[in-house]
Design a protein around this ligand. Structure first.
Ligand SMILES: *Cc1c(COP(=O)(O)O)cnc(C)c1O
Length: 375
C-alpha cells in the first residue's frame, strides 16, 4: 500500500532554511572550521537566550547531554536517579552510563508524565537526582515537582529532548531544573542534519564542567592541560549552522503543531479515542500526537492499510526492557497500561489540511469497526 500521509516529513522544513544554511556552510568550508569556533558559539548564545538561561553548551547528542550533566554533578556509582518508565530509553540509559542506578517511577494516567506523587513515592535514602521528561512535548507541573525535589534534597534535571520551546507558566523547557538536556536529532522539533545536542543551565560552574567534559576534560583556553577525565562529545560547526538557521522558524513550526493537535481533538471529541491530555499551566509543542485507542493493534494495522502511517511511543516501558529488568522494583501499572494503548498519529509542521482530514476520517472509520471498550 502506498503512503497517503507519512508519519513525519522533514523536507519542507529543510527547504525553508536552505539558503541560510548554504551561505553558512560555504563560509565554514572556506575556513575549514569544522569543530567548535564561532558557528558553535553563535548557536550556543542563541539557544541560551531562547531558553531564557545564561548558558548553553553544545554536545554531540541528547544522550550525552544527560550523561555529561550527571557526571558534571558528581552523580555516579551508589547514587539513584529517578526516571519515569514511560520515556525513550535514552533517559534511563544515560543514568546507567554515568554509573548510577535508575529508579523507575510511574506516571500520570492523564498526561503520561511524572507527577510529584510519583516522584515522592520513588525517593529513597540514595536518591540524588530526578530526570523529569517532557515527553511528547508537554511539561508536567514543575512547581509541584520542584517543591518535592527541593524538600528531599534531590537535584532536578530536565530531559527536554522532545520539548524545544514548550513552556510551564511562561518558563521554557530546560530553564527550570538545575540543567535542561536537549537532543537535536533530525526528527525532533528543532533538528540538525545529523546528531547534535545541548545542555542549558543557569549554573556557570556546571556549564564550565560540561564544556570541559565534552572536550576531553580540557582546561578552558588550554589545548594540552586536562583537569578532568572527559570524552569527545563536541557539537559540529556544520550542525550549529543548521540549528541557528532553524531556530528562527521554531516558534512558527511549533504553532503549526498546536493547530494540528487542536484539529485532532475536535475531530475525535465524541469518538472512543482520547488524545493524551495537556497539563493545565503548560503550553506544549507536540513533538508527537499521541492518542489512546482501544484494540490498538487492529487500528494501527487498518491505518497502515489505508496508507496512513502511525507509530507507537513506546510499546515497552523502560522497566520492562531486557537490560533494565534488573533495576525494576515492581509493577508500574499506568506505564504498563499506556504501552498497550498509545498510538502516535502523523504530526509535522507542513502537514496539509487535506492530509489531516484524511487522517481524521481514517481513524474514525477504523474506530467504527471496533468493539468499543476503553478504560
Ligand atoms: C531523542 C531523545 C533522547 C536522546 O537523544 P539522542 O540525541 O538520540 O541521543 C533522550 N530523551 C528523549 C525523551 C528523547 O526523545
Amino acid at each position: 500500500m502506498s503512503v497517503v500521509v507519512p508519519f513525519t516529513e522533514l523536507g519542507a522544513m529543510t527547504q525553508e532554511v536552505r539558503p541560510a544554511i548554504d551561505r553558512g556552510w560555504a563560509r565554514l568550508l572556506e575556513r575549514s572550521a569544522f569543530i567548535g569556533g564561532e558557528a558553535v558559539e553563535e548557536f550556543e548564545h542563541a539557544w541560551a537566550e531562547y531558553c531564557g538561561v545564561a548558558h548553553a553548551v553544545g554536545v554531540a547528542n541528547g544522550t550525552d547531554a544527560l550523561q555529561l550533566t550527571l557526571m558534571a554533578l558528581g552523580i555516579g556509582p551508589g547514587d539513584e536517579v529517578i526516571v519515569p518508565s514511560n520515556t525513550f530509553v535514552a533517559s534511563a540509559e544515560a543514568v546507567v552510563l554515568s554509573g548510577a542506578t535508575p529508579h523507575f517511577a510511574d506516571v500520570s494516567p492523564q498526561t503520561l508524565l511524572l507527577t510529584s506523587a510519583d516522584l515522592q513515592a520513588a525517593i529513597t535514602s540514595r536518591t540524588r537526582a530526578v530526570i523529569v521528561v517532557h515527553l511528547y512535548g508537554q511539561m508536567p507541573d514543575m512547581d509541584a515537582l520542584c517543591r518535592t525535589a527541593d524538600r528531599a534534597g534531590v537535584l532536578l534535571i530536565e530531559d527536554a529532548a522532545q520539548a524545544h520551546g514548550a513552556t510551564w507558566r511562561d518558563r521554557r523547557a530546560g530553564s527550570i531544573g538545575r540543567a535542561g538536556c536537549f537532543s537535536f536529532y533530525p526528527g525532533k522539533n528543532l533538528g540538525a542534519f545529523g546528531d547534535a545536542g545541548a545542555v542549558v543551565t543557569a549554573d556557570a560552574d556546571l556549564a564550565k564542567r560540561i564544556r570541559s567534559l565534552r572536550d576531553h576534560g580540557r582546561v578552558a583556553g588550554s589545548h594540552y592541560r586536562h583537569d578532568l577525565i572527559g570524552t569527545n562529545s563536541r557539537l559540529d560547526a556544520l550542525q550549529a549552522v543548521v540549528l541557528t538557521a532553524k531556530l528562527g522558524r521554531l516558534d512558527a513550526w511549533n504553532e503549526a503543531r498546536r493547530s494540528i493537535i487542536a484539529r485532532y481533538r475536535a475531530a475525535f471529541a465524541s469518538a472512543p479515542i482520547r488524545m493524551v491530555e495537556d497539563t493545565p499551566g503548560g503550553h506544549g509543542v507536540y513533538h508527537l500526537a499521541v492518542a489512546r485507542v482501544p484494540d490498538r493493534a487492529r487500528i494501527h494495522q487498518q491505518l497502515t492499510a489505508m496508507g496512513i502511517q502511525s507509530a507507537i511511543h513506546y510499546p515497552i516501558p523502560c522497566h520492562q526492557q531486557a537490560p533494565f529488568l534488573r533495576f525494576a522494583a515492581g509493577p508500574l501499572p499506568v506505564s504498563e497500561a499506556a504501552a498497550g494503548e498509545v498510538l502516535s498519529l502523523p504530526i509535522f509542521p507542513h502537514l496539509r489540511d487535506d492530509q489531516l482530514a484524511r487522517v481524521c476520517d481514517a481513524v474514525l472509520e477504523a474506530l467504527s469497526a471496533t468493539e468499543v471498550h476503553i478504560a
